[in-house]
Design a protein around this ligand. Sequence first.
Ligand SMILES: *Cc1c(COP(=O)(O)O)cnc(C)c1O
Length: 376
Amino acid sequence: MSGRIHLSPPDVGQLEESYLIRALRSGWVAPTGPEVDAFEQELAARTGTTHAVAVNSGTAGLHLALLAIGAGPGDVVIVPTLTFVATANAVRYTGAEPVFVDCEPETGNLDVTLLADLLDRLGAAGERVVAVLPVDLFGTCADYTALAPLCAAAGVPLIEDAAEALGATHQGRPAGSFGQVGVLSFNGNKIITTSGGGMLVSDDADLLARCRYLSTQARQPVIHYEHTEVGYNYRLSNLLAALGRAQLRRLDGMIARRRLLRDRYAKLFAAFPGVRLLGDGDPGTNCWLTAIVVDPEQTGWPAAELAEHLARSDIETRPVWKPMHRQPAFAGARAALTGTADRLFARGLVLPSGSALTEPQVERVFGAVEGFVHQR
Ligand SMILES: *Cc1c(COP(=O)(O)O)cnc(C)c1O
């Protein structure tokens, strides 16, 4: 035993240290500067988009994207129920109403059939649906092959919550690039981190100019601090952008490391009927978090029992996100449900997936998991 093993600890080292010190010594210790500019360009390139705006969290990015699309009181934004609360919170910040949609069992991503039906019904009722906001759950892209034409046909903009999906692809195309605008997160547990941060990416220069303007207190381009509307203080620090640039250089290596873990989990559980990997078989996943889904009728044990076993070895696991329609903060929100998200919440378990896990830690995790499944 040598300390607690976490799901996805930050993976930082020498390169990050040198980038950070270089930025500090450059004198640009502000939410503006050459590191921010370069980080934006590099992120746009990496996501196959032409423009990017760095912000101080993914949540701030979602808020700005929704504002720029025009979301406000009286509007509806369609959000998957199986997500981290930030997706739904950002909708509420604008005064718009999140309407939740259930997910597909294989990936936990937005159920496209249900969405089609909901768009029809809301459209027929004359409701103003201003955006569909799919999430790339745990780093596996939503089904944009079906989603993009569906949203286009309904005339509803698509905003991609790619907070968990930097480096992932769908049909060879990078996560972040599928909507009118995409949002990434660099929170401490994400695939790359700036300790806290986010990025808006898009091919729409005007839309991102609007986001940039709102992120800097909606300041008019004059010297005397003129403001014609209320803005926000959402810019990313130049120091943290430097950290992000170092992380981005290591992204492919970190994905490869997470993929090794995921492949090893897949191999281990392939021998156990009743256990599958969420999003299994998608070659484009960035492997941010590997979650298993346990059918206790087949295995004879529920996911919670494996979680308890691992906790006794000081190994962290988590349930998959508690669905938004179950959250007291969103009690009374409308939702189109099939029961899938509830089932994944009951049966899912997120396993240690971080690229910073050392070899001995990895052996400890697999030793403990194998010990449990063989003994059961
Ligand atoms: C992490 C996350 C966010 C928010 O990002 P922060 O940088 O933590 O604000 C939004 N949506 C999803 C799906 C996330 O996982």
